[in-house]
Design a protein around this ligand. Sequence first.
Ligand code: CA
Length: 233
Amino acid sequence: MAPFILIVEDEADLAIMLRYNLEAEGYRVATVESGDEASLQMREEMPDLILLDWMLPGLSGIELCRRWRTKDETSRVPIIMMTARGEEEERIRGLATGADDYVVKPFSVPELLARVKAHLRRANPSLLSNALKSGDIELDRQTHRVSRSGKEVHLGPTEYRLLEYLMQSPGRVYSREQLLDGVWGHDVYVDERTVDVHVGRLRKAINRGRVKDPIRTVRGAGYAFDEKFAVAS
Ligand code: CA
């Protein structure tokens, strides 16, 4: 699945222009105009990167950045601040609150895109690569082929997306609700038990005759792709 970028920007023209350019690069994009809207969006799906305007109605970008850095679920999401202020002092203040990068308006779009890519890659290298590999499992995003110990594993489209989603962030525990949103999409209404059914099918297909199950069930929480499995194999 393409990386998901959240734009927090109250200037509609700029938000539209950024969205257009990011979508043209293949990213999934959501735009919001304030910190409150950003929080709502994050509850639906956590972004892989945030483009954050400095001057916003309500809480400023600086304050939002500071708050997000102190929360577990947002502490590691790359944040690029966008601001009209170019003073060195402001730049330092922006970075001091935990922003990963800083662009001054008006900025060059190709340069911003390059920075977005660099920060996504740094935060999570598997997000942008075509091949995901963990232990003896390989997943090719271009051909949608999955193999284990060199032998092809046949997966249905949903099981494929589920495995891709889990393999993108090894070790991270996803709730059934998060998996539904990430794999099935927000607009699809299916029961959370559907997740269990497809995880069961995925396990059956990739574990055929093998002892090591890379998918961990976390009681009361959800599922994760096991990092330890990747090292142990
Ligand atoms: Ca603004």
